[in-house]
Design a protein around this ligand. Structure first.
Ligand SMILES: [Zn+2]
Length: 136
């Protein structure tokens, strides 16, 4: 898998944990991605260098403004795609997650703006989660 995609998946997960008002810790990330604590801290260091998160060992992890912007965009693209797949393409809500996991990494504002327009700027995805407002 490409390195950018991996980083985007991490930051997306951090966003979703914070969205649930839970604490982001090394252990919760290690569990989610089924990797060791040391791999998690290596990744967190990289995300910190990029300026996406605030992270000190043994403290909870937060998104910076930049990280918040990047992660909400990925989550938004994911949920918008799921809505599009159900609304326009006739997929069942249970069928759309894996497809959206791939499409969310496409970097093409026109693509997502058109998608959003076609389904009239939805507020929620087919599972009832909020689609963050953002510029693609
Ligand atoms: Zn999904």
């Amino acid at each position: 898998m490409k390195k950018t995609i991996v980083k985007e998946d991490y930051i997306k997960f951090i966003y979703k944990v914070l969205e649930r008002k839970e604490k982001v810790s090394v252990s919760i990330i290690a569990n989610e991605f089924e990797i060791s604590y040391s791999s998690v801290s290596n990744m967190l260091k990289k995300l910190k260098e990029l300026g996406w998160i605030n992270y000190e060992p043994y403290k909870s992890i937060y998104l910076t403004k930049k990280g918040e912007k990047i992660s909400s965009k990925i989550v938004s693209k994911h949920r918008l795609t799921e809505m599009f797949l159900v609304d326009v393409m006739g997929f069942k809500p249970t069928e759309v997650h894996q497809i959206a996991e791939e499409i969310e990494h496409i970097n093409n504002p026109a693509f997502f703006n058109r998608m959003r327009k076609l389904i009239q700027n939805p507020i929620k995805d087919p599972h009832g989660s909020e689609i963050p407002k953002c510029d693609y």
